[in-house]
Design a protein around this ligand. Structure first.
Ligand SMILES: *Cc1c(COP(=O)(O)O)cnc(C)c1O
Length: 429
């Protein structure tokens, strides 16, 4: 097999990280449903436990099916290594908890997925990991929020729910100037649309529950380590720089210089905290990824057509989809996502919140549910659901008002989607 990193994207999506099974010749990645793996000797067992050699021991920390998914997504993102976890939410949590200890801070985009904002508030209140929200979305706004206690910068590549495309290179330049790792949540783009590491990101996270899995069947998350950030700062990143007494003084940065952040996430995040991904979910996600490049093309084309239809409709007040000509953020779309800014976006009706609710209830084909990025088209009212737990000012910063409707456009024939939207709009006064 050629080296995964030299293959082109669509080939990687099908082949990277998984070869025919050496034991049986099975062409599809087998699902290894086993908690434990038999050791050859007590020495081997001790070596694996001490991290002196790699190998499978217990599926909470690593499993062959999950490892195939990790290798595939690492190849797609151009990362050195990846760690799969139980959900996108645990991916974001483990990144923050691995990077920082109590009393340290990170600069975060004010415009983030509601679940991430809620998590950040809780980690602040209970564990004193302090988010410093930028005042705006420009690189200067991120820079202005940095203090001596800042340990990372966190943002999304394309923002859930309003499809804003972030200036990743501008923010990466700020991060580099201040010696901080840049963490990008790439869920809404998927590596088919944006590979943040190519634009300067150091850590990439995903909810694989969305485009990567693609069919809305399984919850999962992943953390990718670009492997090039210089962690060598004695006063910070202690899981990477300081000896682990319970691993005979292991210093992660010295033993694993190519992928120290991924190793720290696995040791602390999976061995200690424990939110591992099931091999079954890894298998389903791998299967989904095989068609990712094709699906993303159609997701983008359908979303553009639906957004254009809505923009011209007399009952529609505004559409937030920067993939349309003349929309704010058009330049960033051209620069980072020429294929289009994904298929999740928001819009509002002139009739405000009552019309938004009536519209969602009037849809037949498009499902009223809270996932995104799956092959079926979906609609939700974020202010009363996904963004409900936020304070009004946080909701406003995240671009969610009472009048906002979020759509996730799927792969159906676009004429049927527009017909469904048309009949739901016709029911409004
Ligand atoms: C859905 C989502 C998450 C959380 O992922 P889960 O798999 O639902 O836990 C995190 N970030 C973004 C941008 C998301 O859309």
């Amino acid at each position: 097999m050629p080296d995964d990193q030299t293959l082109r994207f669509a080939t990687q999506a099908i082949h990277a990280g998984a070869a025919p099974d050496p034991a049986t010749g099975a062409r599809v990645q087998p699902i290894y449903f086993t908690n434990g793996f038999v050791f050859d000797s007590t020495e081997q067992a001790a070596d694996i436990f001490a991290m002196r050699r790699t190998g499978f021991s217990y599926s909470r920390g690593s499993n062959p099916t999950v490892a195939a998914l990790e290798r595939r997504i690492a190849a797609l993102e151009g990362a050195k290594a990846a760690v799969a976890v139980a959900s996108g939410q645990s991916a974001v949590m483990l990144v923050l908890m691995t990077l920082m200890r109590s009393g340290e801070s990170y600069v975060a985009s004010p415009r983030l997925f509601g679940g991430s904002l809620g998590l950040m508030r809780r980690l602040d209140g209970r564990y004193d990991l302090q988010p410093q929200f930028a005042k705006g979305l420009a690189p200067e706004d991120f820079e202005a929020a940095i203090t001596p206690r800042t340990r990372a910068i966190v943002c999304e590549s394309i923002v859930n729910p309003c499809a804003t495309v972030m200036d990743i290179e501008g923010i990466a330049a700020v991060a580099r100037r201040h010696g901080l790792p840049l963490v990008i949540d790439n869920t809404l783009a998927s590596p088919a649309l944006i590979r943040p590491i190519e634009h300067g990101a150091d850590i990439v996270v995903h909810s694989t529950s969305k485009f990567l899995g693609g069919s809305g069947q399984t919850i999962g998350g992943i953390i990718c380590d670009a492997g090039r950030f210089d962690w060598n700062r004695p006063d910070r990143y202690n899981l990477i720089n300081e000896p682990w007494p319970d691993y005979e003084g292991l210093v992660v940065r010295e033993r694993f210089p190519d992928m120290p952040f991924a190793v720290a996430c696995r040791l602390f995040g999976l061995r200690d905290l424990g939110p591992g991904l099931s091999p079954m979910n890894a298998f389903l996600t791998l299967t989904g990824i095989e068609t990712l490049p094709l699906r993303m093309e159609r997701h983008c084309a359908n979303a553009r057509a639906v957004a254009a239809y809505l923009k011209d409709h007399p009952k529609v007040d505004w559409v937030s989809y920067p993939g349309l000509p003349g929309q704010p953020g058009e330049a960033l779309v051209k620069r980072y996502v020429p294929q289009g800014p994904g298929s999740i976006f928001t819009f509002a009706l002139k009739g405000g919140e009552p019309a938004a609710i009536k519209f969602i209830m009037g849809l037949d084909l498009i499902s009223h549910l809270v996932n995104i990025g799956e092959i079926k088209s979906l609609a939700i009212h974020p202010a009363s659901t996904t963004h409900r737990q936020l304070r009004p000012e946080e909701r406003a910063a995240a671009c969610v008002g009472p009048e906002t409707v979020r759509l996730s456009i799927g792969l159906e024939s676009v004429e049927d989607l527009i017909a469904d939207i048309e009949q739901a709009l016709a029911k409004l006064d």
